[in-house]
Design a protein around this ligand. Structure first.
Ligand code: NI
Length: 178
């Protein structure tokens, strides 16, 4: 397992559409393991392949271990397809490992049904609700080249991306000056 570098927006791979996995091989399983390790290290609750520069249609998430005493609940999701959405919407303040330190409310269906392959290549279908619903939709968006800021008004998005650019420049200056 390895912690991989996470791409920061704007980056062309974050805007690209991931391609369905043809067969769940050991290489795909190794990629998922590396992505989970990278996500826990960040730390984050979800990570899509685009974010580490791969265009395999896979994502990992774990909304379980929010508190230290809670158990981890890692999920490895391959070729996800949303097969149903609730009429009810919910709003959640989202962030993204590819858009560090920027947050905004995004409204999405409160629950979604997703069909996918697990790491053994078996088809699964389950309903995601609450934080897991927000998380899985955010990560599936990544696989389609969509970032959470794309759900915001142009004004709000430009403001966040400007703040992000400033943050990255500050970090680079700090690194350069030791
Ligand atoms: Ni994200």
């Amino acid at each position: 397992m390895a912690v991989l570098p996470i791409l920061i927006a704007p980056h062309p791979t974050l805007k690209a559409k991931a391609k369905p996995v043809k067969e769940v091989t050991d290489a795909v399983r190794a990629l998922l393991d590396d992505m989970l390790e990278t996500m826990y290290d960040a730390p984050g609750i979800g990570l899509a392949a685009n974010q580490i520069g791969s265009l395999e249609r896979v994502l990992v998430m774990d909304c379980g271990a929010r508190e230290e005493d809670e158990e981890t609940r890692p999920m490895k999701i391959i070729n996800p397809v949303i097969t149903g959405v609730s009429e009810e919407l919910s709003s959640y303040e989202e962030g993204c490992l590819s858009i560090p330190e920027q947050y905004a409310d995004v409204e999405r269906p409160a629950a979604v049904q997703v069909k996918y392959l697990d790491e053994n290549g078996k088809t699964q279908e389950r309903v995601f609700a609450g934080l897991e619903a927000t998380c899985v939709q955010h990560e599936i968006d990544h696989l389609d080249g969509i970032l959470f800021v794309d759900h915001l008004s142009n004004l709000k998005r430009n403001m966040l991306m400007k703040k992000l650019k400033k943050l990255i420049k500050e970090r680079e200056d700090e690194a350069a000056n030791g």
